[in-house]
Write a protein that binds this ligand. Structure first.
Ligand code: NI
Ligand code: MN
Length: 228
């Protein structure tokens, strides 16, 4: 069992009853988020890339919880420089943590960190395949559609895929529906839309395009869905 809580944009909190992790904790500057960073209790903080709308409040939440930031080497190094614990990984690697397993997948995007007035290289952006509570969940991060999603779907039997549909910075609804064909997940939750005007999308249109290929679950920010 794993409870999947959506906090808008690309932020999710996963809870299997024993452990909680947060992914891309963009909260205090996220107009859709329903929790504040100080309310978040987690065992790990996963970050797909260094852009502000994903790194978000990772440093603060990791410090508050004595929890590691888990991401690519460059993003973890940046957070460790700000005083957090960290577990660096990189694309293609898998590791077992007390809360579950994590595989870092390719994402086609960028990962520059804005630190004050400086730009810091964030390495490669990534996606995650998370094994938790007996379920496999793919968080695509920010990415274009890419054909190797087919390979991810062959390597991992996905119970759930979290896919961006906002377009402009990532896949839009049509490409994300194609991604569902490649990944073959049982269920899909769309993300990374309606946070800003430029990524305004109708998730129902995405659901219609996916049709019978997977069950599409549309969550409003603050809502949860439990994978039984
Ligand atoms: Ni991004
Ligand atoms: Mn983004």
């Amino acid at each position: 069992m794993v409870k999947v809580e959506y906090q808008g944009h690309a932020c999710f909190i996963l809870d299997d009853g024993n452990h909680r992790i947060i992914i891309d904790p963009f909260l205090s500057d996220n107009p859709l988020a329903k929790v504040q960073p100080s309310d978040v209790k987690v065992n790990a903080v996963l970050v797909t890339h260094g852009h502000f709308d994903h790194l978000g409040n990772a440093v603060e939440i990791a410090k508050n919880n004595d929890a590691p930031v888990i991401s690519v080497f460059e993003v973890v190094g940046y957070c460790q420089g700000k005083g957090t614990d960290g577990h660096p990984m990189h694309l293609g690697g898998t590791h077992s943590f007390p809360w579950g397993t994590l595989r870092l997948t390719v994402a086609h995007h960028a990962s520059t960190i804005v630190d004050g007035g400086n730009l810091v290289p964030g390495g490669s952006p990534c996606g995650f395949v998370i094994g938790m509570g007996g379920k496999k969940i793919y968080h695509a991060g920010d990415t274009a559609l890419f054909f190797d999603m087919k390979l991810i779907g062959e390597l991992e039997e996905l119970d759930l895929a979290l896919l961006p549909i906002g377009s402009n910075f990532t896949m839009g609804v049509e490409d994300a529906a194609r991604a569902v064909e490649f990944l073959k997940p049982k269920k899909v939750i769309p993300m990374h839309y309606n946070t800003f005007d430029v990524i305004k999308q109708d998730p129902q249109q995405f659901k219609n395009l996916v049709g019978g290929k997977a069950e599409v679950i549309i969550l409003n920010p603050g809502e949860s869905y439990t994978l039984e």
